[in-house]
Design a protein. Structure first.
Length: 239
């Protein structure tokens, strides 16, 4: 079985299946990723053609896509190739975030749209280092957080904080107060590791520009918890 990983849930899933031959795949965008247990491959497949050949060469029977909810390209490739090869395929997607009383959320369909609709001058960007290019020509002051240093193009008025979650509400409040943050921009990633910033924004009464998830390919099966993913794998093995 292949787990398309890179998320905390993918790592936990790999550890829950000791009775299966599991290969976890990481995209390789981070130099020091958190490694899942068991066999791991790092790097891209070279598009759908490369993925198809890799699945055949490694005699894969089933694929679990547990990538980030915004990794639309690999999800589309995996859905297409597994359908062509008639392989079992499921997409793991953790539930998205939902607003609570006191939240001021402004939904947009893309990071580019978020860059056009910033509601304040001093903005905390938590969309990932690869998305900073969308803000390169925007004159606001930005605080960005990423695991590794970003590369150009980037906004001219940018301060970068290198850090890796999980984050605490107290830490997020301190960070936003220290930098005078007036708005937050994020993606609807879901999960608890990075949700503290939303609580902090609510307490500080600052608006949140939040990017909707890309749609999943038509017809794919989904699970929303590691337990459901484990049950799916075991069901495939017993079929």
């Amino acid at each position: 079985m292949l787990i398309l990983g890179g998320t905390g849930e993918a790592r936990r899933l790999a550890g829950e299946l000791p009775e299966h031959q599991v290969i976890s795949s990481l995209a390789g965008r981070v130099r020091t990723p958190r490694m899942p247990p068991g066999q791991v491959r790092v790097g891209g497949f070279g598009g759908p053609v490369g993925l198809r050949q890799w699945l055949l060469d490694n005699e894969i029977d089933a694929v679990v896509d547990a990538t980030h909810p915004f990794a639309a390209r690999i999800t589309a490739s995996a859905a297409m190739v597994t359908a062509e090869l008639d392989l079992a395929f499921v997409v793991f997607r953790r539930p998205g975030w939902t607003p609570e009383p006191g939240d001021d959320w402004r939904w947009v369909d893309s990071v580019a749209e978020a860059a056009r609709k910033l509601p304040a001058e001093r903005v905390f960007l938590t969309t990932g280092r690869e998305e900073l290019a969308e803000f390169a020509d925007v004159g606001n002051w930005f605080l960005a957080r990423s695991v590794e240093p970003p590369e150009p193009p980037m906004p001219q008025r940018l301060q970068v904080v290198l850090d890796r979650g999980p984050f605490t509400v107290e830490g997020e409040l301190a960070l936003m107060r220290e930098h005078g943050i007036q708005a937050l921009v994020t993606k609807d990633s879901g999960g608890e590791m990075t949700a503290a910033k939303l609580t902090a924004a609510r307490e500080l009464k600052i608006p949140v520009v939040i990017v909707r998830r890309p749609p999943l390919p038509d017809g794919v099966s989904t699970v929303s918890s590691v337990a459901e993913a484990v049950s799916w794998v075991r069901g495939i093995a017993e079929a």
